[in-house]
Design a protein around this ligand. Structure first.
Ligand SMILES: [Mg+2]
Length: 391
């Protein structure tokens, strides 16, 4: 259990431009990012890496021994995104460089646009992990499934029957508006946890720890691009890392939570609710109304820091019914067009055209009492019948 066995997994992602609108990442941009990571691997900066994509998001999965928030690792990711952006610009891809909000990298990609999920732990004898990557949604999309995985015994049987899980888990919840954390304990504070995370636009599960020994179990990226940039620059499509087996929920228990295609915010222009559809990598591309929102799950075994795998976990007929239901829901909710609850509520529309529309109409809004006086009929019906004189 020496220090040398501590390993860090960093999943850093960005939308640096995509093919045919917001559809999917171009393979040449992935190749450009891969070259940078291959070079870093050969120099021993990282131990291993896997480059992939979900929809229009370029995903870098890296292992190393430099801990979380390492300037070297963040700098490496930044360089990979920069190189990929150069290719995206050269190819004329859509929204090239979209998520790189600043030209000045200063040691950490947080706040500069990319999304980050990182965890550090001592590798177990066998260390299965799942990396979840979603497109066309927001970090709060993980609230419901992660609650089910780590606090709902109807999803995770182990919470009841496995003594190592029976003590429950701690949830670190981030208020993304206030920038504050609260740590809460399940099952004791389950209802209070739900009172918060039921508002996924504001309260986001950031990390989950096993209570018995404080071991890290899950981490979610929590960047919200619209809050970072102060204007709408695309939804901050989230990633998460979850550890599985031997004291953590089984892989199947973790995946079970995604068999229900719950409604998440995102989809077209980041402004619509839609079902989160679990898909294999071959279907990790957005089409209908730039969606529906999709999620991919890649399973790895981390062995001496190497990423063994991946297993494309949602690429399985067992999720066909989930996908079918997702499409039925997509069809239903799409019929609402620009109406809520398909379109997000006004508080979420702050960075779209809504404030401009309100500003334009400002002088045309009249106090209700005043307005009603104006439209009062000049001729009363009773007067007309009685033949009273009138104007
Ligand atoms: Mg995206």
């Amino acid at each position: 259990m020496g220090e040398e066995r501590r390993i860090t997994i960093s999943v850093i992602k960005a939308d640096i431009g995509s093919l045919a609108g917001h559809h999917k990442v171009h393979p040449d941009t992935m190749a450009a990012a891969s070259r940078i990571l291959a070079e870093a691997k050969s120099k021993g900066v990282i131990i291993d890496y896997y480059v992939t994509h979900v929809g229009d998001d370029l995903e870098l999965i890296m292992t190393h021994r430099k801990g979380i928030d390492s300037p070297e690792i963040h700098g490496l990711a930044w360089e990979a995104f920069k190189k990929a952006t150069e290719v995206a610009k050269e190819l004329g891809l859509y929204a090239a460089g979209q998520d790189l909000l600043s030209d000045a990298f200063s040691g950490n990609v947080r706040g500069l646009g990319p999304g980050v999920a990182e965890m550090e732990f001592v590798e177990r004898k066998s260390e299965p992990i799942i990396v979840f990557m979603a497109d066309k949604t927001e970090p709060g999309a993980f609230n419901l499934p992660l609650f089910k995985v780590f606090a709902d015994p109807f999803t995770t049987a182990g919470l009841v029957i496995d003594p190592r899980l029976h003590g429950g888990f701690k949830f670190e919840i981030l208020d993304v508006f206030e920038g504050k954390y609260v740590v809460m304990s399940a099952p004791e504070e389950m209802y209070d946890i739900l009172a918060l995370i039921g508002t996924p636009a504001r309260y986001v599960i950031k990390r989950i720890y096993r209570k018995s020994d404080n071991e890290i179990a899950a981490v979610v990226s929590s960047e919200r691009l619209n809050l970072i940039a102060g204007r709408y620059v695309g939804k901050d499509d989230p990633v998460a890392i979850v550890r599985a087996q031997s004291g953590f929920p089984a892989v199947g228990e973790i995946l079970e939570a995604f068999a229900f295609p719950h409604l998440v915010a995102g989809w077209m222009r980041g402004s619509h609710f839609g079902p989160l559809m679990p898909v294999g990598l071959k279907d990790a591309k957005c089409t209908r109304f730039d969606g529906p929102p999709r999620i991919v799950a890649l399973g790895f075994n981390v062995s001496k820091g190497r990423l063994i795998g991946p297993a494309d976990l949602f690429d399985d007929p067992a999720f066909d019914e989930t996908r079918r239901l997702a499409q039925t829901i997509a069809e239903y909710i799409r019929r609402h067009g620009p109406f809520m609850p398909h379109r997000l509520g006004p508080e979420e529309m702050e960075y779209t055209t809504l404030p401009e529309v309100l500003e334009k109409l400002k002088d045309r809004f009249v106090e209700a009492k005043e307005y009603e006086k104006r439209i009062k009929p000049k001729l009363r019906h009773s007067a007309l019948l009685s033949g009273e004189p009138h104007e």
